[in-house]
Design a protein around this ligand. Structure first.
Ligand code: FES
Length: 497
């Protein structure tokens, strides 16, 4: 079994260099996932000098951990937007997502990207009659999404009610982004991998980005990093970081379900699909979401996911396990656009679990803004908006949670531990003299000692025993066992002790 997402099955020989020399550019994009690379392509197509800086490898962050499902609906249900806003806003959200879906489809056709694109139905259902599907159905029809009741007797799950939405789609998201990156490169755009940005300084007429080996000066910078980097209180206080898990499995029979299945099983939501790679079928299931760094045992979450799958399918073997992150905005709409009215920096964040489509939409909006065109959806997703009444409830909930982690974990003492008894490939926070230390023991029995204090805003990290990382419960920064940033807002790694 592999501890990585199933999309990494497809080999790629595409490699990009590390940034080693100082350069200037018109636009620098931080982040080589679907948002960054789609934006880079749209800019390169307009002849705009563009550089992409990816901290690791193109598409292998959040994009490569997603489900590959493409849909015009949204994770929280259509009624959630209609209730918080109104039908007109919902219509605009759906219309904007349809625009992004067209962009993805056109890119695949135009550039002949081999990413297993398939038109599929999406099924939204529950097993206990808890959802108000009549309302979802009515709203879907009102905003122009064809929907019917699930009546199929051969439906793979026993359900109490469900809806089918036709003409949605599925892809291999990693292959799609790597295909786009190739086109960016062909058009003269520059892509650098293993070039993590460690500081961002905005000056009067440029933004300076520092990477470990060289600096880059850009007239404009797009942070396509899933969540804005550095101290950006106005965004970090309105975004809730969540983590969920994915597994892929081989079945004993050949009954792989075709479509996007979003099911509420005894009130818990799971996303299920299948994927065919080189003639072999796989079942994929994603679920068990929780706030980042706020479970004591991540591994048990994956094991629970495996038990769930075994309850509904005849599993031959589990082939892959992985985790993925998402950020939920307090007012339920992503933030896309200029960071502040007069800033040279742009952000795209708050996509919940709907990021492949919102990331592509962000590319359309951001590239229009850079070019100087007004995108029809810019105002709906404007990043520096102020909607106190819309954010109030979730803002309070998320920030009380952050405050409790910041203060509670600081006061909580670490463990007193006999290091000899510590298992390999495990991390622990221990008491040492007057402070705490994060300790990791590797396979060979060597130790790494780090400060457990997250450099972003000072919360205490926790060990993620499934993905072998230090995860911050406040705004979702994650660090590898050596303390290096994996993802999240922190620009700096955990300090050595
Ligand atoms: Fe903000 Fe750790 S991510 S304090």
């Amino acid at each position: 079994m592999k501890n990585q997402s199933i999309w990494k099955l497809k080999p790629t020989n595409q490699k990009y260099p590390t940034l080693k020399d100082d350069i200037h550019t018109e636009v620098a994009i931080i982040g080589g996932g679907i948002t960054g690379i789609s934006t880079a392509l749209l800019l390169a197509q307009q002849g705009i000098e563009t550089v992409v800086l990816e901290a690791r490898e193109i598409g292998k962050g959040t994009t490569g951990n997603s489900t590959g499902n493409l849909y015009s609906l949204i994770e929280s249900g259509l009624s959630s937007i209609e209730e918080k806003y109104d039908l007109t806003t919902l219509q605009r959200v759906v219309d904007s997502r349809k625009k992004a879906l067209s962009l993805i489809k056109n890119n695949i056709e135009n550039f002949q990207i081999d990413c297993d694109y398939n038109n599929r139905s999406m099924f939204y259902f529950d097993t206990d009659n808890n959802l108000n599907l009549n309302k979802e159905r009515k709203l879907a029809l009102e905003v122009g999404i064809t929907t019917t009741l699930i009546k199929d007797e051969n439906f793979p799950f026993r359900i109490s009610q469900g809806l089918e939405f036709e003409n949605q789609a599925q892809i291999n998201p990693l292959a799609y982004v790597q295909g786009l990156a190739k086109e960016v490169h062909n058009l003269g755009g520059k892509i650098y991998e293993n070039s993590n940005v460690t500081s961002i300084v905005e000056e009067k007429d440029q933004v300076i980005l520092t990477t470990p080996k060289a600096n880059i000066r850009a007239k404009k910078v797009i942070q396509a990093t899933h969540t804005p980097k550095g101290l950006q209180i106005q965004y970090h206080t309105t975004l809730g970081p969540y983590r969920e898990y994915g597994i892929a499995a081989k079945l004993k029979n050949d009954n792989y379900p075709r479509g996007i299945f979003w099911g509420f099983f005894r009130n818990k939501k799971y996303s299920i699909r299948s994927y065919k790679f080189q003639g072999e079928n796989f079942l994929i299931c994603v679920g068990n979401m929780h706030k980042v760094g706020q479970t004591d045992d991540n591994l048990s979450q994956i094991l629970a996911l495996e038990s769930f799958v075994k309850e509904y399918f005849e599993i031959e073997k589990i082939t892959h396990r992985w985790g993925g992150q998402n950020y939920k905005p307090a007012d339920m709409l992503p933030y896309i656009g200029k960071k502040k009215n007069n800033s040279k920096q742009y952000i795209a964040t708050g996509f919940s679990t709907d990021g492949l489509v919102y990331g592509s939409l962000a590319a359309l909006i951001l590239s229009d803004e850079i070019i100087g065109r007004k995108n029809v959806f810019w105002n709906l997703y404007k990043a520096y908006r102020h909607r106190p009444l819309k954010v109030a409830k979730n803002f309070t909930k998320e920030n009380l949670n952050v405050a409790s982690k910041l203060i509670g974990d600081f006061l909580k003492s670490g463990q007193n531990l006999d290091l000899k008894k510590m298992m390999p490939e495990q991390g622990k926070i221990i008491n040492y003299k007057s402070g705490k230390i994060a300790i990791y023991k590797n396979k060979s029995g060597d130790f790494k000692f780090l400060s457990p204090i997250c450099p972003h805003m000072g919360c205490t990290v926790r060990w993620n025993n499934a993905e072998k990382s230090w995860d911050c419960p406040c705004h979702g920064s994650r660090f590898d066992p050596q303390g290096k940033v994996i993802e999240g807002p922190s620009l700096k790694g955990l300090k050595r002790k």
